[in-house]
Design a protein around this ligand. Structure first.
Ligand code: PPS
Length: 200
């Protein structure tokens, strides 16, 4: 009887040892997996800093984790913030610079490659062929609608297509821009000339 009691106590102690070991290893592997996942795929930010997130997402993107990153909300947000900032910063910077230049203020900003040619051509062209007003807005912000409403006025001339000077063609310089924005006026002048010749 005594033997039976002892042996029945000894058996569960070895199994409980095995169970606790198993639980320990299981917990360890779970936490290790969680740490790896959160570090690699930005799903659980350890440091809640937007700059850190952007850098980490960019690093992981270049490491080839693009597909998984698309699913991560943090990275998607960081990327969209980055692209929105890129899209809006350039036009806003130039619009601000232009308005302060008109007021005679000296504004320091990063110059494009052909900045010197831009200033000389601006002097050469004056403001005659450059637009008097710019419509600044984010994508899908309804800028086209604003343009169409303003265009209704008979004294307003506007390009049919967007020249994308500030976001895509900024490096082409002021010569290109004044040419693009002057196209509409030149075309209308030609039309007027033809009409007046025909009427004679
Ligand atoms: N008044 C007003 N109220 C609400 N929504 C308006 C308004 N005017 C334009 N829109 C909508 O704006 C979208 C087009 O914006 P954009 O002209 O800036 O588009 S684009 O980025 O230049 O392609 C476009 O949205 P989507 O149709 O979803 O593309 C327009 O329907």
């Amino acid at each position: 009887m005594a033997y039976r009691v002892l042996s029945s106590r000894a058996a569960p102690s070895s199994s409980s040892k095995f169970g606790s070991r198993f639980m320990f290893i299981f917990t360890l592997s779970l936490s290790f997996t969680y740490v790896c996942y959160s570090v690699l795929f930005c799903s659980a930010p350890v440091i809640p800093s937007s700059r850190f997130e952007e850098r980490r997402c960019a690093r992981a993107e270049s490491a080839g984790a693009k597909k998984l990153l698309q699913k991560s909300a943090v990275c998607t947000e960081a990327n969209s913030n980055r692209s929105e900032l890129k899209a809006t910063a350039a036009p806003l910077r130039l619009a601000l610079n232009r308005s302060s230049r008109a007021r005679g203020a000296d504004v320091t900003r990063s110059k494009p490659a052909n900045a010197s040619s831009m200033s000389t051509s601006a002097q050469r062209y004056g403001n005659k062929k450059l637009p008097n007003a710019l419509i600044v807005g984010v994508k899908k912000g309804g800028t086209r609608a604003v343009l169409e409403f303003i265009r209704i006025h008979p004294d307003v001339r506007a390009l049919g297509t967007e020249p994308h000077f500030f976001d895509r063609n900024y490096d082409k310089g002021m010569d290109w821009y004044s040419f693009a924005s002057g196209l509409k006026l030149r075309a209308e002048k030609k039309k007027k000339k033809k009409k007046t010749k025909k009427s004679r």
